[in-house]
Structures are given as C-alpha cells and as structure tokens.
Design a protein around this ligand. Structure first.
Ligand code: NAD
Ligand code: UFG
Length: 339
C-alpha cells in the first residue's frame, strides 16, 4: 500500500515508517517539523534502506492537503500529527483544539473526497479516564483532566460519526498506553527538549547525570508499592501494531488498545532500568502530580484476537533501548525528536 503518514518525522511516526517500509509498504511522510527534526527522515531511509518521500506541511491546511491527495495515489492514512504536551494544553487549549481537531477533519474530508478507505488514528489510553483497570475497549469513556485528552476523545467521536454517514469508510482508533524505548539502531527515538515530563526519558537523563534525581510523584496510591502503575510498551511493538491495524482494516470503526497488558510501577521501572543497564538512578519521593491516576494498563486481548498482534519486547528491552538511545544522542548531541 501507499501510506500517507502524518507526523511521520516524530517519535512514534518515525518508528512506524520503518515498520511499514520493512513490511513492504511505501510511505509518504508529511510533518510541519514543529516537534521533530528533519534529520529523522534521513534516519528512517537509512534504517529501512529505502528512499522516503517527505513534504514539510501543516495538515490543518485544507488546500495543501487537497493538492497532496490530488498528486498522489494514497491507499491509507496513519494520522499521528498532533500536539501532545498535557501541561501546555491546559495553558493553550485553543492551540490544541485547533491543531488536533482540524487536522483530523481535514484529512478525513480528503479521504472521503479521494476515495481513500483506510484511516488509522493515534488515540490514547487517556480517554478511559479513571476507569477500573484493565481498560477494555468496550468501557464507557470518562472525562479526561486536560484539553489534550479531550482532543483525543473528540477526534474518536468525530471519526465515528463520519463512518456512520459513510459506512464504506474504515477507521481504526488505536489507544496507546505508554510508549517508551527506541529503535535498536539508536538512530531514532524520543529526545525531549528541556526537562522531560515523562518517566522513562527522565530516568534516562538522571542515569546520564544530566538531571540530579528522579522525583517520584507519590507513594501512597493503592498499587503494589504505592507508586503509579502504567503499561509501558516498546515503540517498535507499537509501530508494528499500526502495520497490523492498517493491513486488517475493513469498513466501519475498530477500536484497539495497544499495550502489553502488564502494569509496572514507577519503583519497578527504576529497578528494571538499573538492572538492565547496570547503573544507579537516584530518586526521592515527592507529592502526587495533579491529574495523575493510580493505575493504567490495557486488556490487550482484542488486538491479539483480531489483528494477530501482541507486544513482544519486555521491560528490560525497553530500558536497554531507551538508555542506548540516550547515550548515543548525548554523545552525538543529535536528536531525532524534540518535544
Ligand atoms: P511527536 O510530537 O514526536 O510526533 C508528532 C508529530 O506531528 C511531530 O513530528 C510534529 O512536528 C507533527 N505535527 C504536529 N502538528 C502537526 C500539523 N498540524 N501538521 C503536520 N505535522 C504536525 O509525538 P508522538 O509521541 O510521536 O505522538 C504521535 C501521536 O500519538 C500524537 O497524536 C500523540 O498525541 C499520540 N499519542 C502519543 C502518546 C505518547 O505518549 N507519546 C500517547 C498516546 C497518544
Ligand atoms: N512519574 C514520576 N516522576 C516523573 C515522571 C512521571 O513519578 O518525573 C510517574 C507518574 O506519576 C506516573 C508514571 O510515572 O505514575 C508515568 O508518568 P508519565 O508522565 O511518563 O506518563 P502518563 O501515564 O502520566 O501519561 C502518558 C502520556 C499522556 C497519555 C497517557 C495515557 O504522557 O500523553 O500516558 O496513556 F495521555
């Protein structure tokens, strides 16, 4: 298939481009480079040994998107392009609603107009809110605590309504859990700009000595050791989940959790990182972070049943690949993604 990958120069998009190319698909990458570097396109080509077509463009711009669809035969779209910083979305809600919703609507409109029947959307486990774990696709969604999360829930509803009116259109809503790790080459990965918000990059930077100590946000949650539990998934597994979703996509709306089904606490992750990489990660316990929930992990059985996909890489591999990328990036001072 000829696959349009929006946000394909970013963290998850770049790994998915590699997986698509390795599976024999062609990719057209579009990205406005607002949160990544152009070099990631060369790195994708280098890993997969295939030339990648790339356009620097903003997918909220309907006219440019129309020209793109007119000039290329597209069999399917994987729509990653979006803003994703939870805190920033609280401060700049309009930026998030416009970017994340308009892009989805513009692309869906182009698909309908040009007869493209496969649309894969990057959603998030955040749409489950504080439901009971493990999260199942059939659960009622609960309000999220921030505009970013709302853009995901709203995009899901918009796409579902579009399919109701256009029953031949196929949409896959992929709810990601916590993507971590990097490609084993160390060429692509996630390189947050400034102080990371997310746990794994923070841990890697503490290990590297860039940050002094990890702050663990609360140890009084009702979990195995009191610290927050999440379902960490290797980004390469996540990328392969997209290929499976695209290959199996039929008309209608299909929702899949992409997670491992395993919960790992903050303390467990720190221990795994220390053991996998033989390095110390100093930490202190501080207050809970507002908006955090105690536990978030997937029931990942639907994706296995219907797509034949499961996550294969364990927490040790995730820690090892995150560390390898951090070391390589720090040594070369080159990042593929800037968050
Ligand atoms: P990322 O920031 O690395 O990638 C997103 C890419 O989209 C960036 O390269 C950015 O430059 C581009 N972009 C943003 N707005 C654009 C626009 N209007 N036009 C063109 N390009 C645009 O983020 P990621 O971690 O790779 O996330 C990809 C998608 O997955 C996002 O939609 C995100 O919300 C979603 N998601 C991510 C996580 C996570 O923890 N990383 C979890 C759940 C869902
Ligand atoms: N944590 C710390 N210290 C830190 C960072 C995080 O203790 O410095 C803890 C958090 O309290 C939480 C766990 O580590 O218990 C994971 O936190 P992350 O910030 O890495 O991830 P979240 O689960 O909070 O959020 C992520 C994405 C969201 C997405 C959500 C749902 O950042 O965009 O997963 O899947 F919506």
């Amino acid at each position: 298939m000829n696959v349009l990958v929006t946000g394909g120069a970013g963290y998850i998009g770049s790994h998915t481009c590699v997986a698509l190319l390795e599976a024999g698909h062609s990719v057209i990458v579009v990205d406005n480079l607002s949160n990544c570097k152009r070099e990631s396109i060369e790195k994708i080509s280098q890993i997969a040994d295939v030339k990648v077509t790339f356009y620097e463009m903003d997918v909220t711009d309907a006219q440019t998107v129309d020209v793109l669809f007119r000039n290329h035969h597209i069999d399917g779209v994987i729509h990653f392009a979006g803003l994703k910083a939870v805190g920033e979305s609280v401060e700049k809600p309009l930026l998030y609603y416009v970017n994340n919703l308009v892009s989805t609507m513009v692309l869906a409109e182009a698909c309908l107009q040009y007869g493209v029947k496969r649309f894969v959307f990057s959603s998030s486990a955040t749409v489950y809110g504080d439901n009971k774990v493990p999260f199942e696709e059939t659960m009622n969604l609960l309000p999220t605590t921030n505009p970013y999360g709302e853009t995901k829930a709203m995009s899901e509803r918009i796409l579902t309504d579009i399919v109701k009116a256009n029953p031949k259109f196929g949409v896959s809503l992929l709810r990601y859990f916590n993507p971590v790790g990097a490609h084993e080459s160390g060429l692509i990965g996630e390189a947050p700009n400034g102080i990371p918000n997310n746990l794994m990059p923070y841990v890697a930077q503490v290990a590297k000595g860039k940050l002094k100590k990890l702050k663990i946000f609360g140890n009084d949650y009702p979990t195995v050791d009191g610290t927050g539990v999440r379902d960490y998934i290797h980004v390469v597994d996540l990328a392969e989940g997209h290929v499976a979703a695209l290959d199996n996509l039929t008309a209608g709306v299909h929702i899949y959790n992409l997670g491992t089904g395993q919960g790992t606490s903050v303390l467990e992750l720190v221990k795994a990182f220390e053991e996998a990489n033989d390095i110390k990660v100093p930490y202190e316990i501080v207050d809970r972070r507002p908006g955090d929930i105690a536990s978030c992990y997937a029931d990942a059985s639907k994706a296995e049943r219907e797509l034949g996909w499961t996550a294969k890489r364990d927490i040790v591999t995730m820690c090892r690949d995150s560390w390898w990328f951090e070391k390589k990036m720090s040594d070369q001072s080159v990042s593929s993604t800037v968050v």
